[in-house]
Ligand binder design. Sequence first.
Ligand SMILES: NC(=O)c1ccc[n+]([C@@H]2O[C@H](COP(=O)([O-])OP(=O)(O)OC[C@H]3O[C@@H](n4cnc5c(N)ncnc54)[C@H](OP(=O)(O)O)[C@@H]3O)[C@@H](O)[C@H]2O)c1
Length: 149
Amino acid sequence: MELGDLVEYLENKTILITGGAGFVAKMFVEKILRTQPNVKKLYVLLRPSQCNSPPQRFQTQVMEKELFRLLRAKWGKEFDSFIWERVEAVGGDISDENLGIKDAILRDHMFKHIDFIVNCAATTDFFERYNYNKLLLYYLRIIIYIYIY
Ligand SMILES: NC(=O)c1ccc[n+]([C@@H]2O[C@H](COP(=O)([O-])OP(=O)(O)OC[C@H]3O[C@@H](n4cnc5c(N)ncnc54)[C@H](OP(=O)(O)O)[C@@H]3O)[C@@H](O)[C@H]2O)c1
């Protein structure tokens, strides 16, 4: 597949990008918005923080970064509306059930409309410890699911 075909393919697509405040996700979001402004919707999943809502996190940790200078220069005063018409910053955690998205209406809408998922969420800190309880619950859920279905 040529790069041009890929860009064309992204037109009118709805994409879920996890790990939204991370290095790779930021680059990915910027690249899509720059090369395919006719993307339909980017749901950007960010872990909730105590002080900032997901849109605030996206604003300060993603779109205000130097990386977005070309888009900012291109869209000028319309930069903010250009971004927010295409991006929805959603709070969640990929290790939780339903990706930790609490708003059931939003979640159903997302799961119905997403064309594909780009997972950029990862633990890149070698010193972070496993949450064993969470891991255990996760595997229990899978076993129950397999048993029932
Ligand atoms: N950076 C590179 O050059 C590079 C090159 C090749 C491959 N990769 C791979 O690409 C992936 C992302 O790397 P990166 O450099 O973007 O890492 P990063 O900057 O550390 O970003 C990872 C993001 O994932 C989020 N995250 C972690 N656990 C999560 C969870 N349970 N639910 C939701 N979000 C979660 C983090 O959220 P918080 O902000 O809340 O902590 C963080 O924003 C990794 O698998 C890495 O190995 C990276």
